[in-house]
Design a protein around this ligand. Sequence first.
Ligand SMILES: *Cc1c(COP(=O)(O)O)cnc(C)c1O
Length: 396
Amino acid sequence: MQQFSIDERGYYGEFGGAYIPEILHRCVTDLQEAYLRIMESKRFQEDFDQLLRDYVGRPSPLYLSRQLTERYGAKIYLKREDLNHTGAHKINNTIGQILIARQMGKTRIIAETGAGQHGVATATVCALMQMPCTVYMGKTDVGRQQVNVRKMEMLGATVVPVTSGNMTLKDATNEAIRDWCSHPADTHYIIGSTIGPHPYPDMVARLQSVISKEIKLQLAEKEGRDYPDYLVACVGGGSNAAGTIYEYLENEKVRIVLAEAGGKGIDSGESAATIHLGKAGVLHGCRTLLMQTDDGQITEPYSISAGLDYPGIGPIHANLAMQHRAQVFAINDDEALRAAFELTRHEGIIPALESAHALAALEKVTFSPGDVVVVTLSGRGDKDLETFFKYEEEYR
Ligand SMILES: *Cc1c(COP(=O)(O)O)cnc(C)c1O
């Protein structure tokens, strides 16, 4: 029946669970017991809906791309998460989690961030709710993403540069977990994707499911049926993809296409194609597919797109891939860049580099005439302009 949803133990098939240190046991079980009750309460739903509407700007439009439709011979719609406040889908999750944290009586928020997008979305809702906010960020990333660091500080957050390991996202996450262990009673940890110990993957997927709830209504209106033939999304940790497919998981008429970051190629040693390259293991609280060496050390991922540069993948997607419910493509840097420049020139929309991976996946699918396809444009490209300027000559 509910083959692809979470079970009562917090697993999707063989993936998921809650692998946590003893000291966090209490606050993770508190969250497991509270999250559904809070999310189903009238008060939460009213607050969440109102903020998504008036603060984030939802519903995000479902836009029929004439150019992509002509090119692929199928009706290609773009789900415009790029138009949200702060420029991506991440705000849907941070709004929801801060409401849950407040309801649970937490007074302090922490988060991890890689490129800074989740850090900015978290600092934003902390300013909105007047809660103190600490964001852990690898020192390497702090150096690379100065604008987002300054933005978080301007919003009132404390950004802590992490100097362990490779000083990137994985190390920032370790440090956030360490902070949580020292302040389990008053602190809520806002995880930025469908990763981490149960209930995070399920909680984040449910908060992002507003994307597929809207797609249903919008397709019913535009197409006279509330489901597409294909859903296409990029996967880093998997939250925009989970939100895109959530309402359609058990509808086998809807084919799911996921785009992960191939980097310079899956065999190049510089890749973040976790589903292609990963083996089962435990990282940051859940059992999932991980990029690792033969003796289980995590290998450093690489992608031109910082948001897809994570050595793991949400357990929900690991299971969808194993069950062949989702088709997964590794999209290389050059393919994503080409797709980004094409959308920019032909539609006047500069997409985030992450989202460009989803656009490039359209090339890999053979559509039938009349197919209805929804591609989630997870974010806008403003944060990637420096990268785009660097490659403009080559791809223009
Ligand atoms: C962070 C980010 C992603 C990747 O995160 P998911 O949890 O896989 O959605 C994708 N697109 C954009 C624009 C992002 O900022």
